[in-house]
Structures are given as C-alpha cells and as structure tokens.
Design a protein around this ligand. Structure first.
Ligand code: ARG
Length: 400
C-alpha cells in the first residue's frame, strides 16, 4: 500500500534534504518536496534533482515571485512596514506565502501532513505553524529540526550512512535567507554583537570604501502607493526592486546591523542587506508626506507599526491584519507621484518630490511675494488654541 505523503518546504540545504529520509523512517511518510520560488533562488532545477536524490517521491517548483511582490511585499511597502523601525520583514513576509503554496499542494495531492525546516529558536517556525493552521486546520505540521537534535556533522553522517551523496554547496558560516525583498544573514561570527560583521557576510551591498565617488540619482514613480517606474521606464515589481537593489548596493546603501527582539524571547544580532526595500520605503513615505493630510499621516504610523508587528509575529492571515491592510489601502488613493533619490557613499537621500495630488501649496507656504495665507486669522487662532492651557496656568499660579 502506498504510504501517506507529506509536503515539505524544501530549500535544498542540508537540513531539509535530511528531512526526506527522516520523515520516511520516523513517520512512515513519502515526501513531496515543494520548492517555492520567492525570488533570488539559484538553479531550482538542480535543487529539484537533489530532492529526488534524497528520496522525495516528487519535487515541485512553484514560481510565486509575482504573487509575493503583488500580495505581500507591496502591501508591506504601502504600510512602510519596518519591524522595530529598522527591519523590512524580508523573511517574515515570505513565510505566509510559502505556507499558502504548501497547503495548496497538500490539498491537491491529498496529503494530510506538511513539514518545514525551521528550528525551535527562530520566528520562522511560528510564521509557518500559525499560517498553516489558519489556512487548513486539519493538516498535521511536522518540524523535524525542532526534535532531532543533530549537529551539522551528524546530519552529514546521517546522509552518508544512507548512501545519499548530495553535492552540498560549500559550508557557509552564516545562515542566509533571501528573496526579492532582500537578504538576511545570521549566525557564525555575527553572534558577537560587539564585533563588526566580516566583509564576507555581505554579497549585495558594497562597503562605503568601495562605493563610487560620484553620486547617482534615480527617480521612482508611484501610483496609488505602488512603485511603477524608474527614471520614466515602467517596470514589473520584482525588476524594479532588483534595479534599486543594484544601484543602492553599489553605492554602499542598504546594510542593517541590529539587535532584534525575536518573538520567542531571544535577542539576536541580525544583519540585513536591503537597499531596494529601504530606498522604496524612504521614497514612499516622502510622497505620503506631500500628499496625505497631517492627521491621516500621523494616524497611519500607528497602524503601520501594528501591522509590522503582526507580520513579524506570524499573523499575516488574521482578521485584524486584513482590517489594517484595508485601512492602508484606503490611504493610498492619492499616493501618486515622483520622488528623486540620490545614492552616495552609503546614503539614500530624497532630493525632490512632486505629484499631481500634492497638498503643498506654495502660495500658503511662501515667505516671498504671492502669499495668500491669512495672517490676520493667526492671532485669533493662537488665542483659542492656547485658551485651555492659559486657564490651567492661571489656576496653578493662584494655588502656588
Ligand atoms: N530575524 C529575521 C526574521 O525573523 C530573519 C530570519 C531569517 N530566517 C532564516 N531562516 N534564516 O524575520
């Protein structure tokens, strides 16, 4: 009789490769490997072969790049989503989509089990577990790396003992996760928060010393809060992000070195390379400053932070998260226009902004001729605005 199957989120690394025999031996399950492409994956065909070599009964490449950008990355950009005001949620955004693809495949193939490669110490296990349970509460979730207690060396021995000789890429001293929105780097020498990250941790961004001596400008065009063109050329989302990554990275912009509060209670030292994400958020915010009313702009910041926390905490699929995104959507009606960015020696500075929906009125702002602001109204405004505080101050004086 055919065994039950398990859909495994397969990355091609040692851990998820070892899970293929492990799930068969310990859970009596045949593995269907799901290779979900959220951008920047290298040679997926080779990884598919590797899964089969490790004993998977099937291995499926799922191109989710477009969906990732349209349904996850850009909604996060419209919310200027940064966890702890720094991290643009690179991994946090991809996990709900990978979960969705796993659940779809499991349902299609009649699998009752799904598995992921996360360890017990990270946030990603939470994001997978919670997302999968929201999407299909009937599935059983397995996470072998949470239970097997094997070191890297033991895992290699485990594979060799089973005659599985997969060509693993050279041992990387770091733990890396990459997608269209950026690159995350953890572990190895980075675990000492006092030590500067070694140069080899970075692959997308140049060091400031290597950055060109000439600045470079890029004009980003937005429509309803979506970036649509660079320097007048209309581009698809992923391509547009790639281009800014390239320009920003070359100019040494987009590195983050932070101490981050993980959901599971650990403080960890994280390195990110995210020139495109940071430059786009910077430009997007700038356009909102120009086009949104003061109260909306200020109120939106609270919503943005709450949404960023929810994404980080694995709650992309939730009624509150949906409602907050609906709020953000409503705010983007007039976020259309252009922002001019200058990259230079590790910086990305807004040099100019313009929009057909701008709320900036030169006749109101000007200190030169042509001023239409009502100066005579200002005195009365100040009187009433300060009135309650004046009443309070008079009483304080009397009591003292
Ligand atoms: N600390 C980041 C986060 O929680 C990055 C996680 C990277 N994930 C990984 N499996 N290497 O989103």
């Amino acid at each position: 009789m055919a065994k039950d199957t398990c859909v495994l989120a397969y990355s091609g690394g040692l851990d998820t490769s070892a899970m293929i025999p492990y799930l068969r031996e310990n859970y009596d399950l045949d593995v269907i490997a799901a290779l979900v492409d959220v951008g920047r994956s290298r040679d997926l065909e080779a990884l598919r072969d590797r899964a089969i070599q490790a004993g998977a009964v099937d291995a499926i490449i799922i191109d989710a790049r477009r969906e990732f950008v349209d349904d996850f990355v850009f909604p996060a950009l419209r919310a200027n989503a940064l966890y702890e005001e720094k991290y643009p949620l690179v991994s946090a955004l991809s996990r709900p989509l990978i979960s969705k693809k796993m659940v779809e495949l499991a349902n299609e193939r009649g699998s009752k089990y799904v598995a992921h490669g996360c360890t017990a110490k990270g946030n990603d296990q939470v994001r997978f577990d919670v997302s999968i349970r929201c999407l299909d509460p009937h599935l059983v979730i397995l996470a072998p790396a949470r239970e097997w207690n094997m070191t890297r060396e033991e895992l290699l021995d485990y594979m060799t003992a089973r005659g599985i000789d997969i060509p693993l890429t050279k041992k990387n001293p770091y733990s890396i996760d990459e997608n269209v929105w950026g690159r995350t780097i953890e572990c190895g020498e980075l675990e000492d928060p006092w030590e500067e990250p070694p140069a080899d941790a970075y692959t997308v961004t140049a060091g400031i010393e290597e950055a060109p001596d000439q600045p470079q400008e890029v004009v980003v065009e937005f429509e309803n809060g979506f970036p649509v063109a660079l320097d007048g050329e209309r581009l698809e989302g992923a391509q547009l992000i790639d281009r800014i990554d390239e320009v920003g990275g070359r100019h040494g912009f987009g590195r983050i070195d932070m101490i981050e509060n993980r959901l599971v209670g650990i403080k960890s030292r994280e390195i990110y390379e995210v020139p495109g994400a940071l430059a786009l958020i910077n430009a997007h915010k700038e356009l909102e400053d120009l086009n949104l009313t003061r109260d909306l702009n200020h109120y939106k910041r609270n919503i943005e932070q709450r949404l960023a926390d929810m994404i980080y905490d694995g709650q992309w699929f939730s009624p509150l998260s949906d409602a907050l995104r609906a709020f953000i959507q409503e705010t983007q009606k007039y976020v259309t226009g252009e922002v001019r960015l200058r990259f230079f020696k590790g910086s990305c500075t807004v040099m100019g902004r313009r929009s057909p929906y701008s709320l900036y009125v030169k006749e109101l702002a000007t200190y030169s001729t042509g001023d239409t602001f009502s100066h005579e109204s200002a005195k009365g405004f100040c009187n009433l605005w300060g009135l309650p505080l004046e009443v309070w101050a008079r009483r304080e004086k009397e009591l003292s």
